[in-house]
Design a protein around this ligand. Structure first.
Ligand SMILES: [Zn+2]
Ligand SMILES: [Zn+2]
Length: 461
């Protein structure tokens, strides 16, 4: 193995630029060439572009990020020898990475453009990586907030045909995080970054569950890499409130490492499980009803409280496997389809097709999984009781003032309940939600968790 994680001293740069054979049997590598997270890093943008021999740059940003950093980068480009063009997305509401936004960016790329330079966070990063990949152009990203873990990933999260979709793309060639910019990010964005990281406890547990129950590929090295990056973020969590350089740097590095971990296994498995599916479900519902979007990581953090509470309840249950086997035969697929059409609206056809292709409700497959679950029940229970539990996750999020109750982010009782039951349909990925479904406990536990959030606020509606 090329990198020893037990050495606390390993640097992000140790993860770049080389391919190594891992104990999991795969070769891991990241195509990112440089990651620079330091004070004043913006000033290095022109020099970095020139180092790679680029002469013509398309700077892509949105209205806010232009003000925060884009304008300064533009000035730096203007005083260099580089040729550049600026594209600023203009929207009244949120910029959505959909067909319209993709098309707008395509049109701005000129024949002599050699590199796309994104200045922004989540959506800008997704768009720049995606369009760059489609046009076979490299991308640089200047991060404006430590708000999500997608900077280094080889995927873009897009909204195509109203469905949240993950598309494989080229990772950026260079990631630049100027601490002087990052630490000025709005507090909600810092909370979101931390929420996205804390969600990894849930994603990693789901990955291991999938490995145990469905034999899905699993890499302990990558899991450990993500675990340590979460640790890094939470170590100085109190200093994050004071926006101290080291705490902001740790958070940004943790987010970037999580992205590298995803590119190591070529999918988002190590960093996205049921907590993300719940967040996506809420987001799609908000989009359908035209509500203002809440930052991804804020929802993911609350999603993780839910999935870990579910884990604790399941841990305490005595499972009668014989009774569950009986119950399998009673699943009402038609009723389920009706609910999907009602809840997912425009994205329902895609989901139904996906289920058809994967033969998701096969009684035989279900019975096989149950057999595995029964065989490995002790090992599964160990995973369910491993720290942190829902309360500990809640405490971590509260340390930075992040919301911890769905009601705080306009997710009502019905949406919490439906999210727990139907979020698993967004991806064909095994998670705790599918485990609960396999055990015939999903609806009952969804009701239990939903009422427990309402109790917390003392609300009765
Ligand atoms: Zn591996
Ligand atoms: Zn995420």
């Amino acid at each position: 193995m090329g990198i020893d994680l037990s050495q606390q001293k390993y640097q992000i740069t140790d993860l770049l630029g080389k391919e190594f054979t891992c104990a999991c049997g795969k070769k891991h590598s990241s195509a990112i060439e440089q990651i620079i997270i330091e004070n004043g890093a913006l000033n290095r943008v022109p020099e970095l572009l020139s180092t790679y021999g680029y002469k013509k740059v398309l700077l892509v940003t949105d209205h806010n990020c232009y003000r925060v950093a884009g304008q300064k980068v533009e000035r730096l480009l203007a005083s260099s020898d580089l040729k550049w063009k600026v594209m600023v997305y203009k929207r009244d509401g949120d910029l959505v990475p959909d067909e319209r936004a993709i098309g707008e960016l395509f049109v701005q790329v000129e024949p002599d453009t050699q590199v796309l330079l994104g200045v922004g966070s989540g959506v800008i990063n997704d768009l720049v990586k995606y369009v760059g990949s489609r046009l076979n152009l490299p991308s640089f990203i200047v991060a404006t907030a430590p708000s999500m873990d997608g900077y280094a990933s080889d995927t873009s999260s897009l909204t195509l045909n109203w469905l949240k979709t993950t598309v494989t793309v080229r990772t950026p060639q260079v990631i630049i995080g100027d601490l002087d910019v990052l630490k000025q990010a709005p507090v909600e964005m810092m909370q979101a970054g931390l929420g996205d990281m804390i969600g990894k406890f849930s994603s990693l547990r789901d990955w291991k569950l999938a490995h145990l129950i469905t034999d899905e590929y699993y890499c302990e090295f990558v899991a450990e890499l993500v675990r340590r990056s979460v640790q890094k973020c939470t170590e100085r969590i109190n200093d994050l409130n004071n926006r101290e350089d080291t705490a902001v740097k740790n958070l940004m590095e943790g987010l970037v490492i999580s992205g590298i971990a995803m590119s190591f296994v070529r999918n988002s498995r190590p960093a996205s499980g049921a907590e993300h599916h719940i967040s996506h479900f809420w987001e799609m519902s908000a989009m359908e009803s035209g509500k203002k979007a809440v930052f991804h990581g804020i929802k993911v953090g609350i999603g993780a409280i839910i999935t870990h509470r579910l884990g604790s309840i399941l841990y305490g249950r005595k499972i009668d496997f014989a009774a569950v086997k009986e119950k399998i035969l009673k699943f009402d697929e038609e009723k389920w389809k009706e609910e999907i059409i009602k809840l997912y609206k425009r994205s329902a056809p895609d989901i139904l097709r996906q289920k058809e292709e994967n033969d998701s409700f096969s009684v035989v497959k279900h019975a096989n999984r149950l057999k595995k679950i029964e065989e490995k029940w002790d090992r599964i229970r160990e995973l369910l009781t491993a720290a942190p539990n829902g309360e500990q996750i809640e405490t971590l999020l509260k340390t930075v003032g992040a919301p911890t109750n769905p009601l705080d982010i306009q997710v009502d009782r019905e949406l919490v309940y439906n999210g727990i039951i139907y979020a698993k349909e967004i991806r064909s990925r095994y998670t705790i939600l599918r485990l609960l479904w396999d055990l015939g406990l999903l609806e009952e536990m969804a009701a239990e968790i939903t009422s427990c959030f309402l109790k917390n606020t003392g609300s009765d509606n």
